[in-house]
Design a protein around this ligand. Structure first.
Ligand code: COA
Length: 191
């Protein structure tokens, strides 16, 4: 990356042209250490990309590619959390949006060339803005849930405006029974 250039971060919905790069990122050790490595998750990505019915979790996860100065560098997941989901912890329920939508996120910088450059913070700020301005104007609450053994992620999420609200144990999925930090970012203005 040329430091003299202004940073331009943008996002695209994951599509067929991203398939190879997503799976190459997911095979990297630095992603595998903290990422859902299940076959169900991989199948869900493929189903999403190819417009097929999704089955993982609630079948509603969306996948995104982040670009920096036109180079793909990170992978994001978003999913709307609904009040009637039966796997929500009391902590999640307490912080759900009251009048708008709550979106849970996952994040990883897949492209190793862009690790350690302070990019997680501007990228997460840009993604939450992008999401509420372009995808769902009712989205005013975002959750992100780093594992307790990922203090680096916790630190950058705090810098990106997420507040730690407590711990919970996942009731299903790849991280079932594992302890995660629940962090929330709320927007008061619905632009
Ligand atoms: C975790 C991740 C998002 C960090 O993004 P990044 O832009 O590369 O972060 P950087 O290395 O530039 O910055 C890390 C910050 O955390 C700090 N940090 C590093 N290790 C730390 C630790 N063990 N404890 C606390 N802080 C730590 C650094 O000092 C730095 O802080 P600063 O910006 O205040 O100086 C990125 O490494 C990544 O995507 N990893 C792979 C997948 C992953 O872990 N995803 C998160 C799943 S929840």
């Amino acid at each position: 990356m040329d430091d003299s250039q202004p940073i331009n971060i943008r996002f695209e919905k994951a599509a067929t042209q991203h398939q190879d790069i997503i799976f190459s990122w997911l095979s990297e050790p630095h992603m595998q250490e903290f990422w859902d490595n299940s076959q169900e998750h991989k199948d869900d990505i493929l189903n999403f990309i190819h417009g097929r019915k999704q089955y993982y979790f609630y079948g509603t996860t969306q996948y995104w590619i982040g670009y920096i100065n036109d180079q793909p560098f990170c992978f994001l997941l978003s999913d709307q959390i609904l009040k009637n989901q039966n796997d929500l912890s009391d902590l999640h329920r307490e912080y759900l949006s009251t009048n708008g939508h709550t979106i849970s996120l996952d994040f990883g910088i897949g492209n190793k060339n862009f690790l350690g450059k302070g990019l997680a913070v501007p990228t997460l700020k840009a993604f939450t803005e992008f999401y509420k301005n372009n995808i769902d104007s009712n989205a005013d609450t975002f959750f992100i849930d780093p594992n307790t053994n990922n203090p680096r992620a916790f630190h950058v999420y705090e810098k990106a405006g997420f507040e730690m609200i407590g711990y919970y144990y996942a009731k299903q999925g790849f991280f079932k029974e594992e302890k995660s930090c629940l962090m929330v970012k709320k927007f008061t203005d619905k632009a």
